[in-house]
Design a protein around this ligand. Structure first.
Ligand SMILES: Cc1ncc(COP(=O)(O)O)c(C=O)c1O
Length: 256
């Protein structure tokens, strides 16, 4: 077993809702620790699921998710070939780390932030360098991140808006970081919560054309109320997307 894995503890997944309700005798429960929607998805989702005929269960799903790919490409106005789908953004985080990190390299994260970036770096035997957010404003310390970059840096992770602070960084600040980062360092902007911050105004999707080292993650779990469907995606340079597709499992998403 890798030493890095021997030291790892299993992720503490959320307790089932029913179990928590029973334990605390609750009628309603908003599980804020998971940032789940208490409203659920639009009724159209239930309609679409109710219309599913289960007559293709014996066939493998469409491994390149063509129908979803076309819809998501149109929604974000990107080339469909720039998209990679995963079992939630969780899988994209795992895949990107697997693709990019050699043992002994490092990633840079702003702290505090979503814990999975560091967990996957650890599995790949890489170091995580944490740069504290500005304690008075909650904003990312972009200068600090740039100062932490060295020859071993492979990735910078930026959740925008950040989890757990909710603070949103501006497009010009993120572009400033991209301008100064070495081209060999990937910047992953995790836009898991961008729909809560007016996605079309605040996304860095328009920067994809100019920065092949920029990767953007999106999820359906929170604002779309679909955490149980486990679908997330990444948008990136076409050549990089092809490589990421090469490291993912061929049938990672079910058709239903
Ligand atoms: C910042 C951030 N990125 C990614 C994820 C993972 O989302 P998904 O449900 O798509 O795996 C989460 C989930 O909590 C998150 O908070």
């Amino acid at each position: 077993m890798k030493k890095s894995v021997a030291a790892l503890k299993a992720y503490q997944a959320e307790q089932p809702l029913a179990a928590i309700k029973d334990q605390y005798q609750l009628e309603t429960l908003a599980r804020l620790s998971a940032n789940e929607s208490v409203y659920g998805p639009t009724p159209k989702v239930k309609e679409a699921l109710a219309a599913v005929t289960f007559d293709r269960l014996n066939y493998y799903p469409d491994g390149s998710a063509q129908k979803l790919r076309r819809a998501v490409a149109q929604l974000n106005q990107v080339d469909p070939a720039m998209l990679v789908f995963g079992v939630g953004a969780d899988e994209l985080i795992q895949l990107l780390t697997r693709l990019a990190l050699e043992p002994g390299q490092n990633i840079i994260v702003s702290a505090p932030t979503f814990g999975e970036y560091a967990i996957h770096a650890q599995i790949e035997q890489a170091e995580t360098k944490s740069v504290a957010i500005d304690a008075s404003t909650g904003h990312v310390d972009f200068e600090g991140i740039l100062a932490a970059v060295n020859d071993q840096t492979s990735m910078v992770w930026l959740a925008n808006p950040n989890n757990p602070t909710g603070v949103l960084e501006s497009d010009p600040d993120i572009q400033g970081l991209l301008q100064q980062l070495p081209k060999s360092v990937y910047l992953v902007v995790d836009e898991a919560y961008i729909d809560f911050a007016d996605a079309s105004d605040n996304t860095v999707v328009p920067l994809l054309a100019d920065y092949p080292n920029l990767i953007i993650l999106r999820i359906l779990s929170k604002a779309y109320g679909l955490a149980n469907l486990r679908i997330g995606y990444g948008m990136m340079d076409v050549a990089l997307a092809q490589k990421l597709n090469a490291v993912r499992l061929p049938y990672n998403l079910s058709d239903f």
